[in-house]
Design a protein around this ligand. Structure first.
Ligand SMILES: Nc1ncnc2c1ncn2[C@@H]1O[C@H](COP(=O)(O)OP(=O)(O)OP(=O)(O)O)[C@@H](O)[C@H]1O
Ligand SMILES: [Mg+2]
Length: 445
């Protein structure tokens, strides 16, 4: 029997390694399996061609839902347009950061170009891709709109065109700098993004003014990506609710208003108690005047449970606690459990020092991007990946009160009842999304 099992394992290993070899060959041969392009994608691919009625536009904007096929067709069209129109020129391709640009755009773009017969040379250390077709050669420099170094570097370059992927996640100053570098005759601007709030600078200054700026504007939904099955589209729809549903699925530039977590449902997310064990973490939002909030989390079978919490409101109790006193409470919260990491509000340097000094816990400074963090918490609540034990009363109370600020148009939350909400977000955005490989099943960053 054992020989049969060994043979089976050997076969499995071989087929796995064959698959890996096949995948590597496909990648090295420049293989990209194109599905039919939708009408919108075809418009993006051809708007600049000599026979197009809109070829004289100064640029193009494609906005709308996630996964709607904007990046794929726009990045390919950008290089095709550059190759047909220019020779020996510089172009810029910008993403939120160089890292996200490489993962989300350049990897696929190189495959598509190779499968279309372009010669592509990637000079990673210079953030440069050199593209040749016949005797034509052009240079595509990569920039991260949020990377400070990129902001300095783009100032010295002369460009014949720039593509901004996920432009709404970049500072306006970077976009202004990059567009101002486009001094070559015939240069054009290419933008794509998912919607944000209606007062966002890109919506007011570019989309609303696209006619006066002579920029072609196309709105995408998931129906414009013919490579997505109905099942996959349904899965994406199920991942969002409220403002994120309107923005990411319907593709609308709408205001964040009302409750931040309208999907939080006592019947579904609150459990009487948690029995057994799993892997443990603690998340902390630090406050001296404001409340100090800490949650003990246990991850088991792909679900994270807030098992217990420590919440101290110095103002309410008229009793301020020192870092040492808070630390003693955090130790109590941990109990006998092995804590993999304590995730702390990145600005709480004195408390982080205190935790280090005691030597029991390893510390992670929390990822503090508020809106992407809230989006991750929302999605994981909807998916039933987060639950709260009944004893965590302050956290449950805050879930029911935490609201967007209607007076602020910049996606801000009301800075009240937000302490447990911050520590929940720190845990989810720093630990849970990696543990559950959220990016992989979500397909995006
Ligand atoms: N014509 C096509 N052939 C094959 N795959 C495609 C095609 N169009 C889109 N896709 C695939 O669909 C997925 C989503 O496409 P893309 O990244 O272009 O969407 P997006 O609108 O930029 O999404 P996001 O807003 O999330 O960045 C990608 O995996 C992409 O490879
Ligand atoms: Mg995209």
């Amino acid at each position: 029997m054992w020989t049969k099992i060994d043979e089976g394992i050997a076969k499995l290993k071989k087929s796995l390694s064959d698959n890996v070899v096949k995948l590597r060959q496909q990648v090295s041969q420049g293989f990209f399996q194109f599905k039919p392009f939708s009408i919108k994608q075809k418009m993006v691919l051809t708007w600049w061609c000599p026979s197009s009625p809109v070829k004289d536009s100064e640029g193009i904007i494609a906005d709308g839902s996630i996964r709607s096929g904007k990046t794929v067709c726009m990045s390919l069209s950008f290089v095709m347009w550059a190759t047909e129109t220019f020779d020996g020129q510089n172009f810029a391709i910008a993403g939120k950061t160089i890292g996200s640009l490489r993962r989300n755009v350049m990897f696929w773009l190189k495959l598509m170009l190779k499968s279309r017969g372009y010669k592509v040379q990637d000079r990673r250390s210079e953030n440069l891709m050199v593209v040749r077709r016949g005797n034509i050669i052009n240079y595509f420099y990569q920039f991260g709109g949020k990377d400070e170094r990129s902001q300095d570097l783009i100032q010295g370059i002369t460009l014949a065109g720039v593509l901004f992927d996920e432009v709404a996640l970049m500072p306006e100053s970077f976009v202004n700098q990059a567009t101002a570098r486009c001094s070559v005759t015939g240069s054009k601007f290419w933008f794509n993004c998912n919607p944000q709030g209606p007062q966002h600078w890109f919506y007011t200054n570019w989309i609303k003014r696209c006619r006066t700026r002579k920029i072609l504007y196309l709105h995408f939904t998931m129906e414009d990506n013919l490579s997505l099955s109905e099942e996959i589209k349904e899965r994406y729809r199920r991942q969002y609710v409220g403002v994120f549903y309107k923005r990411f699925i319907l593709g609308l530039w709408c205001l964040a208003e009302g409750l931040v977590y309208p999907m939080f449902d006592r019947d579904r997310h609150v459990v009487p108690e948690f029995l057994g064990t799993g892997r443990y973490w603690i998340s902390i939002d630090y406050g001296i005047q404001n409340p100090f909030s800490a949650g003990l989390w246990c991850l088991r079978d792909g679900v994270a449970t807030r098992v217990a919490e420590y919440y101290h409101d110095g103002r309410k109790t008229k009793q301020q606690r020192t870092d040492e006193e808070h630390y003693a409470e955090v130790e109590k919260l941990a109990g006998e459990n092995y804590i993999e990491r304590v995730v702390v509000d990145p600005s709480a340097s004195s408390f982080i020092e205190t935790v280090y000094r005691h030597g029991r816990f390893s510390v992670d400074k929390a990822r503090n991007d508020v809106v992407p963090g809230i989006a991750a918490v929302s999605t994981l609540l909807l998916a039933g990946k987060i639950q709260i034990c009944e004893c965590c009363e302050d956290c449950i109370r805050e879930f029911g009160a935490y609201s967007w600020d209607p007076k602020n148009h910049e996606d801000a939350v009301i800075k009240e009842y937000d302490h447990a909400m911050d520590d929940v977000r720190y845990f989810v955005n720093t630990i849970l999304r990696n543990e559950l490989r959220w990016e992989q099943w979500n397909g995006r960053e």
